[in-house]
Design a protein around this ligand. Structure first.
Ligand code: AHM
Ligand code: MG
Length: 335
């Protein structure tokens, strides 16, 4: 039986399709793959690694409790790119300011990297799936200069690549460079990612809706109405839509991507702009979702068209199977 193609081979194959490519994107994706393997090891060891689980005692810029593994994952990725030349700066959910990779800014560094190093970190201590989310943009300032905020505040449409590494019952890297979405599963015995999910297409509709219903009373009425409607079969023939919500966006999105479904993080009285970060969470997943044939809106318009004004800006998110998101839009009266 022919063996599956590895992620490393796939990255090189993609590069050869662009004869003028200098290989930076390949290097960059490889560095993310290696970082993902190191983070995976820390996540999988869980309670065996003394002192790695639990809260760090600090808060991030948004006032949220940082877990020790949040910080570890953040450091692993930043250190990986400090050794390399492809990226001139990193913006992270865990850092108040942009991290400028000083050693490199006089060199090539034509990309900027935006990361949520460990999404779903409230789940780390209880062995529920978590993940690393990443977005890559071409810088807008000239190569050779220091990266500035402007390089990071680009609409999601400008992403040249985005993806995530999910640390779950198996570990997968799912990404897109704007030419479809592919998924790779880590073989724990060889430490190699193999292409297991080529050309992922999100089903037009699906059997699940994902939302934190415990906060339902805090959501705008249109969201409440939509969520209620998910519980009512439209006709006798209609199958029921089940609720699935882990509290890890990356896990809830991954399920919707493969099985079909809709994920909502609405605005609420606590978080008038929703809780999720536009640059580190909404944009990369919106890019993947659209690349897989799905739809992602901020409740009103396309997520990828939003012009960010702030690094840690939040946005509401409704994402998933096209027909389900469109049904939400009809009920919300935005189309
Ligand atoms: P995090 O990046 O700090 O983990 O926060 C984002 C997480 C998402 O993964 C998840 O969907 C959401 O927060 C859960 O929030 P809530 O507990 O309000 O449902
Ligand atoms: Mg997150």
């Amino acid at each position: 039986m022919k063996r599956k193609i590895t992620l490393g081979e796939f990255i090189i194959q993609q590069q050869t399709e662009y004869p003028h490519a200098r290989g930076e994107m390949s290097q960059l994706l490889s560095a993310l793959m290696v970082s993902g393997k190191i983070i995976n090891k820390a996540v999988q060891h869980g309670g065996l690694n003394e002192g790695v689980l639990g809260a760090s005692g600090d808060e991030n810029v948004q006032g949220e409790t940082q877990q020790k593994l949040d910080i570890l994952a953040n450091n692993i990725i930043i250190e990986a790119f400090e050794q390399r030349q492809e990226v001139c700066g990193i913006a992270s959910e865990e850092n108040e300011q942009v991290v400028v990779l000083e050693k490199k800014y006089k060199e090539v560094g034509k990309y900027v990297l935006l990361i949520d190093p460990l999404d779903g970190s409230s789940n780390i201590d209880v062995t529920v799936s978590v993940g690393t989310i990443f977005a890559i943009y071409r810088r807008v300032t000239p190569e050779g200069s220091e990266a500035i905020l402007k390089d990071f505040l680009q609409p999601g449409l400008k992403q040249v690549a985005a993806g995530y590494i999910i640390y779950g019952s198996s570990t997968m890297m799912v990404y897109s460079t704007g030419n479809g979405v592919n998924g790779f599963t880590l073989d724990p015995s060889s430490g190699v990612f193999f292409l297991t999910h080529p050309n992922i297409r999100i089903p037009e509709t699906g059997p699940y809706y994902s939302v934190n219903e415990g906060k339902m009373h805090l959501f705008p009425k249109q969201y409440q109405d939509y969520i209620e409607s998910c519980k009512v079969p439209k006709s006798e023939k209609d199958s029921l839509v089940d609720c699935r919500y882990t509290g890890s966006l990356v896990a809830d999105f991954h399920r919707s991507l493969l099985k079909g479904g809709i994920y909502l993080y609405p605005p609420s009285t606590f978080h008038p702009n929703g809780k999720l970060r536009l640059l580190y969470e909404c944009n990369p997943l919106a890019f993947l979702c659209e690349q897989a044939g799905g739809k992602a809106i901020n409740g009103e318009g396309r997520v990828l068209e939003m012009q960010p004004t702030d690094l840690h800006q939040r946005a509401p998110l409704v994402i998933g199977s096209t027909k389900m998101v469109e049904q939400f839009e009809r009920m919300r009266g935005v189309v």
